[in-house]
Design a protein around this ligand. Structure first.
Ligand SMILES: Cc1ncc(C[n+]2csc(CCOP(=O)(O)OP(=O)(O)O)c2C)c(N)n1
Ligand SMILES: [Mg+2]
Length: 371
C-alpha cells in the first residue's frame, strides 16, 4: 500500500483577498486625505449631530424602559458610526431593510423618534412610517431581513431600476442559513445588494471568537463570489466610504458587497440583559477608548468645525427634541392586545377567532373598569 502525502500531489495555490478600510484614528487624525466621495464637511457635521442625538435618545429609551414606559429596548451604544454612515450614504430611492440596531440610519431615512418609541413601546403604528414607505420595518427575528432584502434587490434588478437594497445584521446572524443563502443568491444573480454586518463582538453572551472560526466575517463573501471588505466600524469616514463604493457598484449593475464593520457593543444586549455577568470589565474599558463619537468630534475640533459652545447648544437642542417626542409618544392612546391580530391579518383566520374575541373582550372590560 502506498501512502499519498500532500507533497506528492501537484498543488496549485489559489489566492483570495479581503480589503480592510480605516481612515480616522482615536485622536481624530486621518491616515490619508479624505477621498472626494466623502469629503463634504457639511455632511460630516450633520452625521456628528445625528450620532449625538442617537446616543441621547438611546439613554432616554433605556430610562423609559426602566420606568415601565417602554418595552425591551436594544441599545446602539458604541455602534453609532455604522448606522449613521448607512443613513448618510443611502439614496432616498434605495430600499433599507434594518435590524434592531439601526436607530440613526432610520432617523436619517425619515423615521421619526416618536415612531421609534411607538415601535419599542409595542404599537404596530411605529412601523407605519410616514416617510420612507419602501423601507422595511425593524426585523427582530435574526437574519430573516437578509432574504427580504434579497427579494427587494431582485425586484429592482427585474424592473431595471438602478438603485440598491441595503440590509444590516449582527455578527451572530452570519451563522444562520438565511445569511448564507442570501449571500449565495446575491453572487449568483449579481444582485444590487449591500450587506452590512455590525460586528459588535457579541451575540447576546456568545463572543465573536466562539461564533465563527473564520478570521473575518467578510471572507464569507469569497465563497459566494462577491467582494467582501472589513472596515473599522468606529471610523465614520471609513464606513461611509465602504458603503458608498458598494452602492455605486450596485447602481451600475456590478453586483453585491459584504461589508463587515468591526465595532464593540458598549452596552447590554438589550434592557433584558446584564452584560456584567459575562463580559470582562477590562475589555469594556479598552473598547471605550475606540468609541466612534469622540473620534469624529476630535476630527471636527481639530479642523475648527466644532467647539464647546456648539456642543453645549447641540446637547440642549437634542434634549428638547427628544423630550417632545417622548411626550407625543406618551400621549398616544395605548393599543390593546387585539391589535396584534388586526395588524397581522387582512381578515382574522377562523382558528384564531376565539382568541381575537377574547382579546377584544378583555380590552372592553379594561376600558369600562376605568370609568
Ligand atoms: C430567529 C431568532 N433566533 C433567536 C433570536 C434571539 N436573539 C435575539 S438577538 C440574538 C443575538 C444576535 O446577535 P447578533 O447577530 O450578533 O446581533 P447583535 O444583537 O449583537 O447586534 C438572538 C440569538 C431571535 N431574535 N431570532
Ligand atoms: Mg453582535
Amino acid at each position: 500500500m502506498t501512502t499519498v502525502t500532500s507533497n506528492s500531489i501537484n498543488k496549485e495555490q489559489l489566492n483570495f483577498s479581503i480589503s480592510r478600510y480605516s481612515l480616522l484614528n482615536n485622536k481624530g487624525e486621518l491616515s490619508e486625505e479624505l477621498p472626494e466621495s466623502i469629503a463634504d464637511m457639511k455632511q460630516a457635521l450633520h452625521a456628528y449631530k445625528t450620532m449625538v442625538l442617537g446616543r441621547a435618545f438611546d439613554k432616554k429609551a433605556i430610562a423609559l424602559q426602566r420606568t415601565g414606559k417602554l418595552g425591551t429596548y436594544p441599545s446602539i451604544l458604541g455602534q453609532e458610526a455604522i448606522s449613521t454612515a448607512i443613513g448618510v450614504a443611502l439614496d432616498e430611492k434605495d430600499i433599507f431593510a434594518p435590524y434592531y440596531r439601526d436607530l440613526t440610519a432610520q432617523y436619517l431615512r425619515g423615521v421619526s423618534l416618536k415612531e421609534m418609541l411607538l415601535y419599542w413601546g409595542g404599537s404596530e403604528q411605529g412601523s407605519n412610517y410616514q416617510n420612507c414607505k419602501k423601507d422595511f420595518p425593524v426585523c427582530i427575528p435574526i437574519a430573516t431581513q437578509l432574504s427580504h432584502a434579497a427579494g427587494a434587490a431582485i425586484s429592482l434588478k427585474v424592473q431595471g431600476i438602478h438603485q440598491a437594497a441595503l440590509v444590516t445584521c449582527g455578527d451572530g446572524a452570519t451563522s444562520k442559513g438565511d445569511f448564507l443563502e442570501t449571500l449565495n443568491l446575491a453572487g449568483a444573480w449579481q444582485l444590487p445588494l449591500v450587506m452590512v454586518v455590525n460586528n459588535n463582538q457579541w451575540a447576546i453572551s456568545t463572543p465573536r471568537s466562539v461564533q465563527c472560526a473564520a478570521q473575518t466575517i467578510a471572507q464569507k463573501a469569497i465563497g459566494a463570489g462577491i467582494e467582501g471588505v472589513v472596515v473599522d466600524g468606529n471610523d465614520y469616514f471609513a464606513v461611509l466610504f465602504a458603503i458608498k463604493e458598494a452602492l455605486v457598484k450596485a447602481y451600475s449593475g456590478k453586483g453585491a458587497t459584504l461589508i463587515e464593520a468591526v465595532t464593540y457593543r458598549l452596552g447590554d444586549h438589550t434592557t433584558a440583559d446584564d452584560a456584567d455577568r459575562y463580559r470582562d470589565p477590562k475589555e469594556l474599558k479598552q473598547a471605550w477608548k475606540n468609541e466612534p463619537i469622540k473620534r469624529l468630534q476630535n476630527y471636527l475640533l481639530k479642523h475648527n468645525l466644532w467647539n464647546e459652545d456648539k456642543e453645549r447648544k447641540l446637547i440642549e437642542l437634542v434634549a428638547s427634541e427628544i423630550n417632545e417626542s417622548v411626550q407625543a409618544y406618551l400621549d398616544e392612546p395605548k393599543q390593546g392586545p387585539e391589535s396584534m391580530f388586526e395588524f397581522l391579518y387582512e381578515s382574522i383566520p377562523e382558528n384564531l377567532y376565539d382568541q381575537y374575541a377574547e382579546a377584544k373582550y378583555q380590552r372592553f372590560q379594561t376600558e369600562i373598569d376605568k370609568m
